[in-house]
Design a protein around this ligand. Sequence first.
Ligand SMILES: Nc1nc2c(ncn2[C@@H]2O[C@H](COP(=O)(O)OP(=O)(O)OP(=O)(O)O)[C@@H](O)[C@H]2O)c(=O)[nH]1
Ligand SMILES: [Mg+2]
Length: 299
Amino acid sequence: MTDTTQHRSGFVTFVGRPNAGKSTLMNALVGEKIAITSSKPQTTRHAIRGVVHRDDAQLVIVDTPGMHKPRTLLGKRLNAVVQTTLGDVDVICLCVPADEPLGPGDRFIDQQLEGFPRAKKVAVVTKTDAASKERVAQQLLAVSELRDWDAVVPLSSIAGTQLDVLVDALVGLLPEGPPLYEAETTTEEPLSVRIAELVREAALEGVRDELPHSIMVTIDDIVRREDRDLTDVYANLWVERDSQKGIIIGRGGSRLRQVGADARAEIERIVGTQVHLDLRVKVAKEWQGDPKQLGRFGF
Ligand SMILES: Nc1nc2c(ncn2[C@@H]2O[C@H](COP(=O)(O)OP(=O)(O)OP(=O)(O)O)[C@@H](O)[C@H]2O)c(=O)[nH]1
Ligand SMILES: [Mg+2]
């Protein structure tokens, strides 16, 4: 940074349909796995901040749950999280995947942006590696017709292409200001939340239909052993029905063991010690529609 260029900082949010690639994009820009991702829709269930540091700028990204037509009270609350976030940011990025045609879901979200006239607006066409050049061009044209964007950027988080183009465009749209976070901070997600999310990510792998939506994870305790390089994690994996419990546990407990092993490997990376994961499967009857239970789960 030279004396003549002012440092810029501010908040940028990623919104879009479920599965559009928002969380994968945030992780790619921050350079660390902050949000869990999956091929199942509605993976993200709260607003998650990740910080991108540059010499000349600091970008605070707020990843949001996919906006969708809600079918449950949980769905309604997730959409409300997005609405609240939109009111608090300098730049809104509408993420649209290149490999699916622009649809009513995308248009509905685009219309929601009208309520936030002060925010700059950027269209991001994600997953360009998964579509032909022609499809990407068509998608760019289709999003360009939605509104007069401050920038339109096609990119691939997985191939790592054009990420710098997006960051440059976003930095240019931020107000001048000092860094908002310490240089070493990439997120302020509490450890217990990150661990619960990693367990949920592992549990989402290989489940189908309604089950992904029914899964919730809570953490009872995280205990760092003083005598050994070991952390004990006590977690609960909640489902909505007894029949789902059987599916999660699997024959002879095989599925649950796999979930535990996958989650443990990921948790070890963030806690930096070996991990013993105590994972219990429990039923919270129809929790997605139960206001009391949703409150207990923090929604
Ligand atoms: N091919 C390809 N796949 C991608 C890319 N970015 C994300 N994906 C995949 O798309 C799926 C959804 O990614 P997420 O980042 O979880 O999507 P999201 O928009 O955060 O989804 P919700 O949290 O449910 O709203 C995952 O299977 C990702 O691996 C990309 O650049 N290329
Ligand atoms: Mg997400």
